[in-house]
Design a protein around this ligand. Structure first.
Ligand code: CA
Ligand code: CA
Ligand code: CA
Length: 387
């Protein structure tokens, strides 16, 4: 046999193996697809508006992200309505090329997507483009688009009002360089749209950091680390899912120094060290921080009582009052620790509390009195002479 005749069967074998592998992978793809109506071999599935609605109206079947691929003006004038967190997003078909595809993958890669348009044409093009580009999530094309959606009686939203301008950001106004700190904000949206927040950390009226979308009107936290000492003007704006943006909030001036941080001091716990089981007892916890930072406190009551998880912030020197009821007699170790705005934690402060046996005695005595009264009530006689 010459070299060529040896090579030929080897090549045929390779082709056969490749075909076998392809068909195995193909079967695997189909096994992952949830109840398609009409099969597609192109890396996406067509679903009806009814199937889309049932997927989108509950989260027990996972999260699906509806994406409207129509133009900006079509999107703004009317879009499908679905509950948070499955609210529709907008990504026009015209942007699904070149770097736009990379943007799409960065935002939605690995997720389950339901593409829709006016009647299903542009969304199937978008689905094919994404499938061809190697998109890693699951792609559905909603057949009939928003037209069929409306014909089936499913809800839509029309028009839009921009979300409210947030209030001045809440958070520390004096921080150390190089330490991460957090700020919160919120804004309502008259349409009930999800809202994201754009933070300007340096007062140039240019957003430096966008949060994810959150239900409108819920407190949302962003994290920031300033590396250089100085004075910074912090403000925030809100943007709803449709794309309309509020103005910037009033600014918060933040002074950043280059000092090292110190942990808060150990909380001082004050209150009764003896008490009665089943009754409420009040304790005070004094929290402070050598740097004057605001602090949070964590309290454990012992004996299986649920901990009072981080609560605050409190100003350094504040006295926090909390109550607890131990249902059983015994000895309990109350513990509390503080953390400052940089997550530096104090040592545990402790107080031993004893609930002696008295309340069981009182209860037994009450029960005995009750039995005596009942006996006297029905017989007219004393069960035993009174003590
Ligand atoms: Ca809105
Ligand atoms: Ca900025
Ligand atoms: Ca501190």
């Amino acid at each position: 046999m010459n070299e060529r005749s040896l090579f030929l069967p080897h090549r045929l074998l390779c082709i056969a193996i490749a075909m076998l592998l392809t068909s195995t992978c193909f079967a695997g793809v189909h096994a992952d697809i949830a109840q398609p109506v009409t099969g597609h071999v192109d890396g996406y599935e067509d679903i009806s508006v009814g199937e889309a609605y049932s997927l989108l109206s509950n989260t027990s079947n996972g999260i699906q992200i509806p994406i409207d691929v129509r133009t900006d003006s079509e999107w703004r004038s009317e879009r499908i309505d679905t509950p948070y967190p499955e609210f529709p997003r907008h990504f026009p078909l015209s942007q699904l090329s070149g770097s736009g595809i990379q943007d799409f993958k960065a935002r939605y890669g690995g997720q389950t997507i339901i593409l829709y348009c006016k009647s299903g044409g542009r969304s199937s093009s978008a689905a094919q483009t994404l499938a061809d580009s190697g998109f890693t999530g699951t792609l559905y094309n909603m057949e009939g688009g928003i037209t069929a959606w409306k014909n089936a009686g499913y809800p839509t939203r029309a028009g839009n009002t921009a979300p409210d301008t947030p209030a001045q950001p809440a958070g520390p106004s004096s921080v150390h360089a190089g330490y991460q700190v957090s700020y919160t904000t919120t804004a309502a949206d008259a349409d009930g749209d999800p809202v994201r927040y754009g933070w300007d950390w340096d007062g140039d009226a240019i957003v430096d950091q966008w949060t994810d979308y959150h239900p409108e009107g819920t407190s949302t936290t962003a994290y920031q680390t300033w590396m250089q000492p100085g004075s910074y003007q912090v403000s925030v704006q809100s943007q709803d899912i449709v794309g309309d943006t509020s103005g910037f909030s009033p600014t918060l001036t933040v002074t950043v120094d280059d000092e090292e941080n110190n942990a808060p001091t150990t909380p001082n716990i004050d209150g009764p060290s003896r008490g009665k089981a089943g009754e409420q007892h009040e304790y005070t916890f004094t929290v402070s921080d050598p740097d004057g930072d605001q602090v949070y406190i964590w309290v454990e009551w012992g004996g299986g009582c649920p901990a009072v998880q981080w609560r605050g912030p409190y100003d350094s020197g504040d006295v926090v009052t909390l109550t607890n009821t131990w249902n059983d007699t015994g000895t309990y170790l109350v513990r509390a620790r503080a953390r400052d705005i940089y997550n530096e934690q104090s040592d545990w402060g402790t107080l031993e509390v004893t609930m002696p046996f008295t309340h069981v005695y009182v209860d037994a005595w009450s029960a005995w009195s009750f039995i005596r009264a009942w006996f006297a009530g029905i017989t007219g006689r004393q069960l035993l002479p009174p003590l």
